[in-house]
Every structure is written in C-alpha cells, then in structure tokens.
Design a protein around this ligand. Sequence first.
Ligand code: FPP
Ligand code: MG
Length: 324
Amino acid sequence: MQLQDIVQTYEKDLAIVESFLQKEQDSYVKLIPEISNHIIMSGGKRIRPLLLMIASDLFGYRGEGRYPLAAVIEFIHTASLLHDDVIDHASIRRGKTSANRLWGNAASVLVGDYLYATAYKLLTESNNQTVQRLVAWATTTMVEGETIQLVKSGDVNITEEEYLAITEKKTAVLMAAACALGAVLAEAPESSVDLMTRFGMKLGITFQVTDDTLDYVGLEEEFGKTIGMDIMEGKMTLPLIWSLRQGPPSEGEGIKKIVAAKTADDGEVKEIVDFIKTYGGIDYALGRAGQFVEEAKAIIAPFPESFPKNALLALPDHILNRNL
Ligand code: FPP
Ligand code: MG
C-alpha cells in the first residue's frame, strides 16, 4: 500500500486536526503564532496524528475524540522540535531556517512552552485518566531521553544498547503513545493497548535510526536538515557506534577525538562519513532498522484483514525507505 493511499483515506480527518492546530496555537501576543506558524506550517508529515487515526480505526473507533488528541500529540511533537533545535544549535528544520536561528533561543523556548501548555489545555477535554496518563508518560519519558543524550554527549564509548534506549525514549514513545491512544479511544482491552504501544515503539525506533543514518548520507535538500550535524554536536549514533567496533582501533582513536571535541569542520565530517562507509555502518544501521520493521509488522500480522491493518503493515517500510 502506498503512503499516498493511506494519507488520502484519512485526508478529511487530518484536515480537522489541522484546523485544531491552527486555532489553538493562536495568541494575541503576535510573536507566538508567528513562530509557531513557522514550524507548524513547514511541511511536517503529521505521522503521529495519522497513526492515531489508523490505530483507532483498527479497533473500530471513528469518533470526534480523535481530533483534539491528535492535535495534542502534534503540539507536543512541535514543541519538542523547537526545544530540540535550541539544544542542538540547529540551523535548518524541514528545509527552512530554524526558529532558533530566526528569532533566537529565548523566543524558541517560550513558544515551545506555549505549544506544550496548549497541548495540555486541549488534553483537559478528555476526562479519560488512561489518556492523560499516556500523554504524561510520553512527555516525561521524552525529556528523560533527551537528558540522557545530553549527559552522554561527547561520550565516544556509548554502546548500541545505550543508543537504542535513548532512541526509544526521545523519539519512539510519542509514536507509541499516538498508537496506544487510538486503542484507548476505541475502548480496546489493555492487551490491545499494549500491542499498539509496542508497535509504535518499533516504528519510532525505525524512524530515528533511519533519521540518524540520513544525517550522514542524506541530501540536505531532501533531508531538510544539515548533514553531519550529529558529529558536530558530539552525538554518537548507530552507524558510527558500529563502525568504531569494526574498524581498526588506530583509525578509530582519531575519529573519537574529533567527535569528543564537538568542533568538527566539513573536512572532518567527510572523514568520519568515509570511515563509516568503509566499515559498513550505514548498511548495519539500515539492516538493524529493517529488523525493527519486521518486528513492527509481526505485531500487526495476527489482526483480521482490514484497511487500517494493511496501512499499519505498510507504514514501517515507508519510514525505513524514506529519504526525508
Ligand atoms: C529530535 O531528535 C528530538 C526529539 C525526538 C525529542 C526532543 C525532546 C525534547 C526536547 C524534550 C521534550 C520537550 C517537550 C516540550 C515535550 P534529533 O535531534 O536526533 O533529531 P533532529 O535531527 O530531527 O533534530
Ligand atoms: Mg536535533
């Protein structure tokens, strides 16, 4: 199933989510909608709202309760990107100059706070404690993930397990929450909520591992972010973690020094990309992402035949094979 077919099926629902996003991000303090519009309208793929729609559809729920919740998740995602770009000193997001670059760190943090608070305002429309707990779990876990990553920044001895734990926390939980919320809205049994959580986790890890690979080998125009950014920030991701284990220590030591210094220039970034390519880091990371794709699909496989089932089966491959 093509991604386009999936998006088209939920087009009307996503348009309603869009109207929630537009309406709720507004404020009389004009700097707030100016900045939030910059990021909200910058071509985000709305994967998380889509996941919530498909997951609730899988369990037979197509009610109004989906829209504000999908907006809650997208607001949290957007807020986290505003904050993340400050943390990472990013210059480009979704192919545009990032908000922190255009308006500065203080404004970016504040508008991130506004969108995060807006998410919680919208969340009060749901009286369901399971829903509220899921959202709170996702956000606290994301902050934990980012904080572990911060503590580990420049640590060149980070293991694959540590990397995957960070990935799960900073990225995958929000996708897991989006999927789980669909099942909760449909009043599906706890075991189904668990299945959706696990599926979202696998999908989220696939997304981040692919993203981290594209950081080395993507094309800036397609990826919409600066290539080699992770190295410049001292962030060790799977392709490099693997290649350092494979390559000769004598070569690895030089690479480690560059990463730990967090001041890599274009030449050093190229040196590291070449090192990773030589020792198979890209293939390994994509292969590992492929395993998560299979694990995600295996969770969905036992469900009876339906459109949402096939959509969930198709999504992991699209995430793995994307180039942006
Ligand atoms: C992108 O990672 C960032 C995240 C997946 C999560 C960021 C989370 C926070 C800042 C904490 C939560 C904050 C709020 C307001 C809920 P990346 O830097 O690897 O990816 P990138 O290349 O897209 O920047
Ligand atoms: Mg970042």
